[in-house]
Design a protein around this ligand. Sequence first.
Ligand code: SF4
Length: 283
Amino acid sequence: MSTINDFSGYQPTWCPGCGNWAIGVAVKTALVQLGFDPSSVTAVFGIGCSGNANDFLNCYGFHALHGRAIPAAIGIKIANHKMPVLVLSGDGDSYGEGGNHFLHACRGNHDLTVIIHDNCVYGLTTGQAAPTAKKGYVSKSTPNGIIENPVNPLALALTQGATFVSQAFAGDTPQLIDIIKKAVRHKGFSLVNVLQPCISFNKINTYGYYKEHTYKLDNDYKRDDYRQALEKASELNEEKFPLGVIYEVDRPDFTGELPQLDGEVLTEKKRFTGFDLLIKEFI
Ligand code: SF4
């Protein structure tokens, strides 16, 4: 059985008190409790403070270009669809630069666990407003307040076809671990939107703010009720943040719909040698 130390890479460089620490611990703990070891799971990282976890998490890893963590993860999943693939990315990375990839991954129900470090800012570049920042949010890139309405991550995932949509708070590590484990077990696109205070550059969405504005879903909450899930997602407009699994249903995932991948994984299939002959013609 693996331990947290097995999954530990370099010592994180995150600011002391940053919500990323809790996410880092939660991911490692969830992987241990699920029975994985570093050679049985892949994590793909975006750019930003969250993406720096590429150095801090020891398992198969790929550090993608800005906004391109999800398509890289899709490629990895298609190459080896039996390997669990996680994406660790920020709200700027996956709802901003990579927003297009995010919505198409939801549509395809790609079997990925997408963990978003949602801190409303671009922390690594010192605090410019990111897509989930509230309208009017003042930052060095928006000195008069951001004009656009914020992206609603839960509603976006729900309306584009994600089959597992959840929200957690970096100030509640036990629940975060539990949700990550459920998300990894789910077959299909799983979103874990983690409310993650950036203590250095976001003085609005603090631990205190989220303690006041979050609440846990009731035990009898029905996860397969799409309309109810949309209602929960729309509570963002009232600055209310439900915590838990908002929505979960079964639907065939992308690789499950590909007859070519029925059986052995692509990486174990015999290589098509005709390709070598074709290549020879050009060298
Ligand atoms: Fe965390 Fe913000 Fe520091 Fe980045 S800049 S490590 S998000 S506190």
